[in-house]
Design a protein around this ligand. Structure first.
Ligand SMILES: [Ca+2]
Length: 212
């Protein structure tokens, strides 16, 4: 009887071990399937063989809904998720912190993808280190109604008519006023030797660093 009890105990343990092996086997397979059927950025679509630039639906891990993005599948190898685009001044970029947080505009033309989305994509693509980290150079994202810049006395977003990771107003103002010359215009600091060179068209896009 004692031997039988021991045998049953042994069999129970074996079944339990098999069960947990099966569960772990499934959970290690499922994320792979999920990643393939629910791309989280444009690079994932590229890996699935999609090589035409255009609007795609991505599935961010913390969002139950799909998010529309524009994918650039051509520039320098493609796989880029566009996070900002300026073209013609039709979209107002001088707007609230909340608008910048959730995103605004139309992905086929002028738009800002939204800080929440940008943060999630960079985090899960593993390139938050050298890209648009949310405390870029120690400064948060600022809008006129949300001053998180590096200047104690000035509201940089208000002064430069935009929304950005302003430090001490300023080196770049890519979300400034379209068509406006001077310090409220669209400026990317390092372009044209740090002169106040106003841009008409800009596109900001991201992809995992492993590709570079
Ligand atoms: Ca300030």
């Amino acid at each position: 009887m004692a031997a039988l009890t021991a045998l049953v105990k042994e069999m129970k343990e074996e079944i339990s071990a098999m069960k947990s092996a099966m569960v772990s086997g499934f959970t290690s397979v499922c994320p792979l399937i999920a990643a393939q059927t629910k791309p989280k950025d444009c690079r994932d679509y590229q890996l699935l063989g999609r090589n035409v630039s255009g609007v795609y639906n991505i599935y961010l891990p913390e969002s139950k809904e799909k998010t529309q993005v524009y994918c650039d599948m051509e520039t320098e190898g493609g796989g880029w998720t566009v996070i900002q685009k300026r073209r013609d001044g039709t979209q107002n970029f001088y707007t609230s912190y909340n608008d910048y947080e959730v995103g605004f505009g139309n992905v086929t033309s002028e738009h800002w993808l939204g800080n929440k989305n940008i943060y999630t994509i960079t985090r899960y693509s593993g390139d938050a280190g050298d890209s648009l980290a949310f405390d870029h150079n120690g400064h948060g994202f600022s809008t006129a109604d949300h001053d998180k810049d590096g200047s104690r006395d000035i509201n940089c977003a208000q002064k430069h008519h935009g929304g950005y990771w302003y430090s001490g107003c300023f080196k770049s103002n890519i979300n400034g006023l379209w068509g406006k010359p001077g310090e409220q215009g669209i400026i990317w600091g390092s372009f044209h030797s740090w002169q106040m060179y106003v841009l008409k068209e800009t596109t900001m896009m991201i992809r995992p660093t492993a590709l570079n």
